[in-house]
Ligand binder design. Structure first.
Ligand SMILES: Cc1ncc(COP(=O)(O)O)c(C=O)c1O
Length: 375
């Protein structure tokens, strides 16, 4: 049997998780797994809304419409766009990864550019979809030289994975406006944003004025439901919309109806809205405390936050993977997220700060003990 090899690599982060579990088994000690991108402060309380779901319906049991259930699209339109979008422009996907894969395999562009600090999966999806990857060093580079990106697409990921920083919305919108004027396609991939904002956030409404902006979203991070595999693509480009619909049909045959109904309840019912808001509030409270702890203890790699604010769910710390592992903390070395040569990425690590603050502090306090001994 012959196999077509894409050149994409299996996730190193999964491998690190397996290594941590092995260490736990071998040593009998607890490890704090900050290598994964999951919100692990609290779980969203789904039990109350689950009781409102009727399982014996055609909507639950039969194929969903290929690009998603209309009632979910309407709920998304209300929650994310204040009903200003066209529901036909919203297409439900099997999470953000599925959205990006379909998008990359559909866009006819020479290259796709991401920030020089980028989510490693972009590189692998681009390998699979055979598009060249390139990088911009920071957002100002896009504004300075928009012509350079004319036949390419630009990914904007804010808050960023891996840095967990947030730029000014005002400035990002100005940059998108410049790119729009130069006919550059922008993929706004922001699955972390809505963890920090409720439905009064009007950024996506503002993005509607730009015809070349494609939004990819996910419910994995904002409401902690990565297991449900649900997200969406918003595009105002008719041709792209049609082709994405075809891909959704022949790749997925529509998306799981249960997850669509569950998320719709979350977005539209009183109990669902309360569950989401409680989840976000508690999660963000612990994320903020953890980041403040890192700042206070000079563990945050401040060089990555000069023109932006650390918000999470990830941050970069100035400790290596090995130094963190020595304190039973799992992380991902920064070289998995950048090809920059002006820094030594292995000296830094990405950690997920979405864990209970007391637990987080108890592990990171181990750095203080050593310092006290060495003083
Ligand atoms: C920047 C970014 N985009 C998209 C995703 C996709 O998430 P999912 O496939 O779980 O929806 C992730 C997940 O880690 C991410 O970090």
């Amino acid at each position: 049997m012959k196999t077509k090899k894409s050149g994409a690599k299996y996730s190193a982060i999964v491998g690190i998780g397996e290594e941590l579990k092995k260490l736990e088994r071998e040593t009998g000690q607890e490890y704090l797994a900050l290598n994964r991108g999951i919100n692990n402060v609290v779980k969203i309380d789904l039990n109350e809304i689950a009781s409102e779901i009727d399982y014996n319906t055609a909507a639950m049991q039969f194929y969903a419409p290929t690009t998603g259930s209309l009632s979910l699209k309407k709920a998304i339109n209300s929650e994310y766009f204040d009903n200003k979008a066209d529901t036909d422009n919203i297409m439900i996907t099997g999470g953000g990864m599925n959205a990006l894969n379909i998008l990359f395999s559909t866009l006819d562009v020479e290259k796709i550019y991401s920030h020089s600090m980028f989510w490693g999966a972009y590189a692998n999806i681009l390998k699979i979809t055979k598009i060249e990857q390139d990088f911009y060093s920071d957002y100002e580079e896009l504004a300075k030289n928009p012509e350079k990106f004319k036949n390419s697409a630009i990914i904007i990921c804010d808050p960023n994975n891996p840095v967990g920083n947030k730029y000014s919305d005002k400035r990002l919108l100005e940059i998108v406006e410049t790119l729009e004027k130069h006919d550059v396609t922008v993929i706004w991939d922001g699955p972390y944003r809505r963890l920090f904002y409720g439905n009064t956030d009007n950024l996506y409404q503002k993005l509607l004025q730009f015809k070349n902006v494609i939004i990819t979203e996910s419910f994995s991070k904002s409401v902690g439901l990565s297991g449900q595999r649900l997200g969406f693509i918003h595009t105002q480009n008719e041709e792209l919309n049609k082709e994405v619909g075809i891909k959704l049909l022949y790749c997925n045959n529509g998306i799981n109806t249960f997850s669509q109904i569950l998320i719709e309840k979350l977005l539209t019912t009183k109990k669902g809205k309360k569950a989401s808001s409680d989840f976000k509030k508690e999660t963000v409270k612990h994320i903020s405390r953890n980041i403040q702890y890192l700042i206070d203890n000079k563990l945050l790699a401040s060089e990555f936050y000069q023109k932006s604010t650390p918000v999470g769910i990830f941050v970069i710390v100035n400790k290596s993977y090995e130094e963190l592992l020595d304190k039973n903390i799992g992380s991902v070395p920064l070289n998995y997220f950048t090809k920059r040569t002006d820094i030594k990425p292995k000296k830094f690590s990405r950690i997920c700060v979405s864990v209970p603050n007391d637990k987080f502090v108890s592990f990171f306090d181990k750095f203080k003990v050593i310092d006290n001994f060495s003083n």
